[in-house]
Design a protein around this ligand. Structure first.
Ligand SMILES: O=C(O)CCC(=O)c1ccccc1C(=O)O
Ligand SMILES: [Mg+2]
Length: 316
């Protein structure tokens, strides 16, 4: 099966408009199967065992297709990278009609004053603001930052560990969301059992697929913890899987972090625009001219193929 996947694959390199998560180009391998297109885009620093989940998610999309969807559009949030406050209006302009924004905070080399200025700039035009520290604060820093930042929908991964999240959650009134603590966990439920999260950020690729997201959502609902489906900086192909998973949830109350296609200077497909703060869930089919234009070097293509082979071994 892996040879068939590789034979129908394209490795792309998408330039980002603004640096995000420390990267300026996003590479991914896309492949077409009997049920549609799938994506294998595990972050380059992830090991093969972790990457295997991402490959499983791509295989589900290409060979099985989406689960039963309950909606044909999904509400999305604007995603604001750790830019200077003055750049916020131009970033938000790319998400017409969005009511919620997620703002990156705790960026290395920046100060709390930078975060406060950025969050306040976002508040001027958004109904709801959430922040994402990507585990960048200590407990004490998180407590003072969250007290200083004012009312937020929630704070995503303020600190690195589950224990720290639980402590911050006891000490502040801001709801706490877990992202990396779920994405990297053997047992995603540990974080809620530990009292570490009010909200769970869930991404299709690291969980291993759309159906895995729907299952986890049902388990978390028993603990009263809602999920927010977000992207892993996926191309338009991977985003289709995130949108399908979000559309399959019975409780889809939170705006999803699935509009990150706006962070790319160019994507593999066009036509999926944010309209009234929502995205259509219909599958995106890559445009051959774009696949050609965005093709990665032969060397990077070989790297992704070798990695996909190793990851596939973990699935057998
Ligand atoms: O949630 C969003 O608004 C966008 C998704 C996002 O921030 C993200 C994208 C890729 C990798 C990590 C993250 C993250 O949430 O930390
Ligand atoms: Mg996050």
């Amino acid at each position: 099966m892996i040879e068939e996947i590789l034979a129908h694959s394209h490795v792309v390199s998408l330039p980002m408009r603004v640096r995000f998560r420390g990267i300026t180009v996003r590479e991914a391998m896309l492949f077409e199967g009997p049920a549609g297109w799938g994506e294998f885009g595990a972050f380059t620093e992830y090991d093969d065992a972790e990457a295997a989940h991402w490959l499983a998610a791509g295989i589900e999309a290409a060979y099985q297709g989406p689960p039963v969807m309950l909606r044909d559009t999904v509400e999305v949030n604007a995603t604001v990278p750790a830019v200077p406050a003055a750049e916020v209006p131009s970033i938000l302009a790319r998400y017409p009609g969005a009511r919620t924004a997620k703002v990156k905070v705790a960026e290395k080399g920046q100060t709390l004053a930078d975060d406060i200025a950025r969050v306040n700039a976002v508040r001027e035009s958004m109904e709801q603001v959430r922040v994402d520290a990507n585990g960048g604060w200590t407990v004490e820093q998180a407590v003072s930052a969250l007290n200083a930042l004012g009312e937020l929908q929630y704070a995503e991964q303020p600190c690195a560990t589950v224990e720290e999240l639980a402590e911050v959650r006891r000490r502040v009134s801001t709801p706490i969301a877990a992202d990396e603590s779920i994405r990297k966990a053997e047992d995603p439920l540990r974080v809620v059992r530990a009292g570490a999260a009010d909200v769970a950020i869930v991404k299709v690729p690291p969980l291993g697929g759309m159906r895995a997201v729907v299952r986890l959502a049902a388990e978390l609902a028993e603990y009263g913890v809602p999920i927010v489906v977000s992207s892993a900086l996926d191309t338009a192909v991977g985003m289709s899987a995130g949108l399908a998973a979000a559309a399959a949830l019975t409780n889809g109350d939170y705006a999803c972090g699935l509009a990150t296609g706006r962070l790319f200077a160019e994507d593999v497909a066009d036509g999926r625009e944010v309209v009234h703060g929502r995205l259509d869930v219909g599958a995106s089919v890559p445009d051959p001219a774009r696949l050609h234009r965005l093709a990665a070097s032969a060397e990077r293509r070989a790297w992704w193929h070798a990695r996909a082979r190793r990851a596939f071994e973990h699935l057998r």
